[in-house]
Write a protein that binds this ligand. Structure first.
Ligand code: NAP
Length: 324
């Protein structure tokens, strides 16, 4: 009897493993590629978290298309190394690392100040940087680090750069969210507070990815009539440094099953340059195609409240008249 139970368990586990393996391999093989031939000469692009993973591949692709690319990275050595590699591999010398730590409002404000002082306009802003961290620490601004890096930091950065982005018609903002937003929940009044339980902490990444969706929803409303578009996306399951905290064996399995960073960058690139998306805004994309997001991502009431509470949290760094 016991042997039979063990047999059933063994067969079930093997079947699940084979199913997951086949499904992931299918997704990996079928992943869509952005085939747009768009050339970006004369355009200025900012990619956050451009030193590795999806951000690096996105920045490299846009550099190949002759854009001026600003690599906004927190670590100077990694940023300069990425700049060097992209320049060498693309032949584009107009690629520049600038330091940006999204976990610090002061750093975001300094970065934006530098950009406003040195750049005439921004055509494409890609809010790619993100983290899924296991430790539950607070930033110097007293906010859970994952929430500040994934939501409040990009929120402040976008608002500060908005006047520059609006300076050129047809500019684009791309927010890298995740399919994990489906299981996220955002309570705008408490989003900035330290979470109390480990379960809440484990869910935090999904919550921040839902916040990316709600930010896109509200920003799209505010941009109405400005010719600037904002869209968000899920890049797929992509093997990158974001899994750096996972055990070795998990990393090995992820590497086998997941997309490469180059594949993961394709929907980001598509939203940034596809000519047929010039008038598309406020949408969610997966595999270079528009998709219906979770119902919670379309909740305008929560999006409004999140916007107002986020403005309050970063208000020291915003213009007093909110002229963005
Ligand atoms: N990989 C996936 O399967 C997947 C799935 C869905 C969504 N996404 C999203 O895709 C985006 C890119 O992730 P990835 O997979 O390419 O991960 P990654 O390889 O870990 O890259 C994340 C980037 O964000 C940067 N970053 C982290 N904290 C930062 C901070 N405080 N200030 C500035 N930059 C910071 C990292 O810099 P350092 O190298 O210095 O840490 C790195 O450049 C994220 O928004 C993520 O949520 C990824």
């Amino acid at each position: 009897m016991e042997t039979n139970v063990l047999k059933v368990i063994f067969i079930t586990v093997t079947a699940i493993f084979i199913f997951v393996f086949v499904w992931c391999s299918y997704i990996k093989i079928m992943s869509k590629i952005c085939n747009c031939k768009t050339v970006l000469s004369g355009k200025i692009v900012i990619v956050t978290g451009a030193n590795t993973g999806i951000g690096f591949e996105t920045a490299k692709d846009l550099a190949k298309r002759d854009a001026k690319v600003i690599l906004a990275c927190r670590d100077m050595n990694k940023g300069l190394e990425a700049e060097k590699i992209i320049k060498t591999e693309t032949g584009n010398t107009n690629v520049h690392f600038k330091q940006l730590d999204l976990a610090s409002f002061l750093s975001v404000a300094r970065f934006a100040e530098d950009i406003i002082r040195t750049q005439p306009f921004i055509n494409i802003l890609i809010n790619n940087a993100g983290m899924g961290k296991l430790d539950n620490s607070l930033t110097e601004d007293n906010i859970p680090i994952e929430v500040q890096v994934n939501h409040y930091g990009p929120f402040l950065l976008t608002l500060l750069l908005l006047p520059l982005i609006k300076r050129h018609p047809d500019s684009r903002i791309v927010n890298v969210s995740s399919i994990m937003h489906y299981i996220g929940k955002v309570d705008p009044d408490n989003f900035h507070k330290k979470v109390k339980t480990s379960l809440q902490h484990r869910r935090l990444y999904s919550d921040t990815k839902l916040a990316n969706m709600l930010f896109t929803l509200k920003l799209n409303e505010l941009l109405h009539g400005s010719y600037v578009t904002v869209n968000c996306l899920h890049p797929g399951a992509v093997y990158t440094d974001i899994f750096r905290h996972q055990p070795y064996i998990m990393k090995l399995i992820f590497r086998l099953l997941m997309k490469s960073s180059w594949q993961g960058a394709q929907t980001v690139i598509h939203l940034a340059i596809a000519p047929n998306l010039a008038n598309t805004s406020g949408k969610y994309f997966v595999e270079c195609k528009e998709k219906e997001p979770a119902k919670r991502a379309l909740d305008m009431d929560v999006a409004n409240r999140l916007w107002l509470t986020s403005e309050k949290i970063v208000e020291t760094y915003l213009p007093a008249d909110k002229s963005y």
